[in-house]
Design a protein. Sequence first.
Length: 275
Amino acid sequence: MGKTIKEENMGHVSIQALSKSYTEKRRRARSVNGNGSYERGEQMLVLDEINLEFANGEMVCILGPSGCGKSTLVRILAGFEQGTSGRVFIDGKEVCGPSSEHVFVFQYSGLLPWLTVWGNVCLGVRKMKEKEKMAERVQQNIDIVGLTGFEHLYPHQLSGGMQRRAELARALVVNPDILFMDEPFAGLDFLTRVNLREEIINMHILIKKTIIFITHDIDEALVMGDRLVVFSDRPAKVKLALPLDFSHPRDFAKTPALSDLRKEIYSVLGVHYAL
């Protein structure tokens, strides 16, 4: 039998001495006959000896400068890439490739435009033999993300925020152990981002999935996360990794320790807090 939302979740992540480098291509000058060729370039180190551990059911927010390697780390965790050295374990098993238990939500909409919200959400469970249970699971996850009543609309009929919710429901319907979210609010207006933050926090409290959440927004990370990781500029090293032991809802004005931590992170990232 498949897992249900009420069952105990998996999702323990262990990252051990993980490094990643890429080889830059260098183009030789064109020869007299007009043909060009490439020669091996220098190694560009992106991730430098990353050691981290995330507990089952944690929402981990990863901050860092643009281009530092946050997305590279998440792609390695999800099995889409391999590290140059080091190892990654999820629930005690080494990650060697993608898994149906680990679902990725990308920066921009990946909904299929010719399918309705219902059609997109049921993609991951369309092969279930018990169609009644399949329909129940699809509806359950549509309800969780607040799209009840919009099941039969197509992506072009939805706002940006509603499209993100539909993608989230499509990810949740397969009941993954880990949800990877790489800047899922990219391109959304401020009010929509704030509303989606609240919805994802509430969803996480309900289903307790491990969520690895990439963001550039310091306040977003502090408001949403159970754990915070801050990367340096490339090659990325861990500058800060700590649990966020603050209850929800979180208010900077009413929680001096949270406000002080925000100032510390601005300083760690080399950004002026007051302008």
